[in-house]
Write a protein that binds this ligand. Structure first.
Ligand code: G1P
Length: 288
């Protein structure tokens, strides 16, 4: 296990997805800029990376998503949590560099990560999928175990929506630490090797890029990160760390609403009024 001084300082955040689930909004607005309470949805993964000590953030964009890059090139304390509220634009931009690379064709998550190869070079790096808004820092949990992935338990029927791993517990004391043995992308539930799903937080050494280069298209004809990880894991054993915190899938309409409510209920400026409104709304609205 690496110690924390080897923790990745580079984070790759892929934002090149087409956002078809969000049509018609995404005809003109990238889904990563949709609001979750008072900030863009992608800013939460960005904040998580900064909080975990990353000082170089690489956004993988598609050619029609330059707005996402422009948004983050101008980031300031309002894109981050309250702990940054006193920090100036200059200080933040001295500490954190924003970069981008372009994924010219939508060939899948694995291909998107491969697009960052030149910028990452031979350094260890993290990947954060911004559709997942975690209420506790998941990246921090896995960094010291690089290469590693964050895991969560999912119900049987949901196994088809995630990469699912086969994993063994490391020891009886560290019950949340697993060694990954195998993985499969979005299996039919009876074929899933466990209930442990890959959450969108990963740390890698640069050798993952060689596997991504070699990777042939998998599920949906896309270059799947999970398929490349499966081979990478054979030479670079990966840890899986179980996440117990709360998570919102803001790639889904319901997740965007629940995440906004979660943050709004924690905002003293509106918390009381919102609580009262919700209580009344639930009383007044018959279930659909
Ligand atoms: C991606 C990964 C999948 C992972 C999921 C987590 O899928 O391919 O392995 O479990 O993120 O959110 P996506 O949801 O982008 O289709």
């Amino acid at each position: 296990m690496n110690n924390t001084t080897d923790s990745p300082r580079i984070a790759v955040i892929p934002v090149a997805g087409r956002g078809t689930r969000w049509l018609p909004i995404t005809r003109t607005v990238p889904k990563e800029l949709l609001p979750v309470w008072k900030r863009t949805s992608a800013s939460y993964a960005f904040e998580e990376a900064v909080n975990a000590g990353c000082n170089e953030i690489i956004f993988v964009i598609s050619p029609d998503k330059e707005e996402v890059l422009h948004h983050f090139l101008q980031f300031d304390s309002s894109d981050l949590g309250p702990r940054y509220s006193q920090e100036s634009f200059e200080s933040l931009h001295t500490r954190v560099t924003i970069k981008s690379c372009i994924q010219h064709e939508p060939k899948g998550l694995g291909h998107a990560i491969l697009c960052a190869r030149n910028d990452v070079g031979d350094r260890p790096f993290s990947v954060l999928l911004p559709d997942e808004v975690l209420m506790q820092n998941g990246l921090k949990r896995i960094q010291a175990f690089t290469p590693a992935i964050l895991l969560m338990e999912v119900p049987y029927a949901q196994r088809r929506n995630y990469g699912i791993v086969k994993a063994s517990q490391q020891d009886s004391i560290k019950q949340d630490v697993f060694l990954i043995e195998d993985m499969i992308e979005k299996p039919e539930p009876p074929l899933a090797p466990s209930s442990l799903a890959i959450t969108g937080r990963y740390t890698f050494t640069h050798e993952i890029f060689d596997e991504l280069e070699r990777q042939t298209p998998g599920l949906n004809g896309e270059i799947q990160l999970t398929d490349a990880m499966k081979r990478y894991n054979q030479h670079h054993p990966m840890h899986g760390i179980l996440f117990h915190g709360k998570r919102h899938d803001v790639g889904q309409p319901l997740g965007l609403v629940t995440a906004s409510l979660d943050f709004a209920l924690k905002d003293p400026a509106v918390s009381q009024a919102l609580r009262a409104y919700l209580t009344q709304l639930i009383q007044d609205t018959p279930s659909a």
